[in-house]
Design a protein around this ligand. Structure first.
Ligand SMILES: Nc1nc2c(c(=O)[nH]1)N[C@H]1C(S)=C(S)[C@@H](COP(=O)(O)O)O[C@H]1N2
Ligand SMILES: [Mo]
Length: 324
């Protein structure tokens, strides 16, 4: 039976041969070591609100750690200070400088569309039944920078199943909070707000697809998409939508923000592919964070960001050049 090798459903615990489990003690050690640098982060001086129950479940999470790459982790400082979150500005340091304005408590998520259990659920309703895992994933932005991050969360599919999607549900779309009073980027029409992303149902149900609530063993900082964001590790970073308030099951393919904004540059699939260049730059290589002028830290980009064994079968027979 070859199903596992060609990317059929595998338990998250067996994502790659390198998958390892660390005992709780070793994980604590990791976090403690990293803690030395954390105190210096300027954005941390403006404390961000994490609900007490979430803080408690984050710090008590006593679960396995799933490692899908042997690459070195990108330091916490870099993961949290260089990224994109256009609701807070266009520069890579804008999210860390401005996202602390965002109120993430209380938070609720509206579940809509082709499912038997639509409704508005509080963040606590959404998270309570799930056990969080640490998952070390590669992450690659369409702008050719990349990082390796220990996200914390659980498989999106485990959440979606709770709402009993109907057989007519072929896609699922996600929407970010729309709150221009706290999100200065939304006061200018840089993108069509709110930010929307989507996946085909089989992509959404794949065990690698992560709904993240934290990174480096702590609740997500606002600039990384608090309190709830998507991580689709074989797709360019823009598919990994932040601060989700709406999940909708649909029978037709949803219109998504970047594909609307520049359809010839950003497709619906957005699978990482070194052979299909962006119209304005090559996708063959990536600059791994941290990097500098003298140490650009180039890495070869891998097909499906290195997750081909797990996900290539989802696209069997598809022309990846046309379906970019
Ligand atoms: N709502 C929202 N989600 C978003 C973005 C954004 O601008 N708004 N940027 C995307 C892009 S282009 C990338 S590369 C990742 C970067 O964030 P991270 O480093 O926290 O993963 O977030 C993605 N999710
Ligand atoms: Mo990106």
């Amino acid at each position: 039976m070859k199903k596992r090798e060609d990317g059929g459903l595998i338990p998250a615990s067996e994502i790659t041969p390198e998958t390892v489990y660390l005992r709780r003690r070793e994980w604590i050690q990791d976090v403690a070591t990293l803690g030395l640098g954390i105190g210096m982060a300027p954005w941390l001086q403006a404390a961000y609100a994490v609900p007490a129950w979430l803080q408690a479940s984050v710090s008590q999470h006593r679960t396995r750690r799933v490692v899908t790459t042997s690459d070195t982790l990108t330091p916490f400082e870099d993961v949290t200070s260089y990224n994109n979150y256009y609701e807070f500005g266009l520069e890579k340091d804008d999210p860390a400088a401005h996202a602390h304005q965002l109120t993430t408590d209380p938070w609720s998520v509206r579940i809509e569309g082709e499912c038997a259990k639509p409704g508005t659920y509080t963040l606590e309703d959404i998270l309570k039944p799930h056990t969080f895992e640490d998952r070390v994933y590669r992450f690659r932005c369409v702008e050719a920078w990349s990082m390796v991050v220990p996200w914390m969360g659980f498989s999106l599919g485990d959440l979606l199943r709770r709402f009993h999607p109907l057989s007519s549900a072929r896609y699922v779309s996600f929407t970010t909070l729309y709150r221009p009073a706290e999100m200065p980027g939304q006061r200018v029409p840089e993108l069509s707000w709110p930010y929307v992303e989507g996946l085909r149902m089989d992509e959404a149900m794949h065990p690698l697809t992560l709904l993240a609530v934290g990174l480096y063993g702590r609740a997500l900082p606002p600039q990384n998409g608090a309190p709830l964001r998507l991580i689709v590790p074989w797709k360019y970073g823009f598919k990994s939508i932040k601060s989700i308030v709406n999940i909708r099951f649909t029978s037709t393919r949803p219109a998504t923000t970047w594909a609307l904004s520049a359809p010839n540059e950003y497709g619906f699939y957005a699978n990482v592919n070194p052979q299909v260049d962006h119209p304005r730059w090559s996708q063959a290589r990536e600059r791994r964070l941290p990097n500098s002028l003298f140490n650009p830290n180039w890495h070869e980009t891998l097909l499906f960001n290195g997750y081909a064994a797990q996900v290539a079968s989802l696209y069997a027979g598809m022309d990846l050049r046309r379906n970019f």
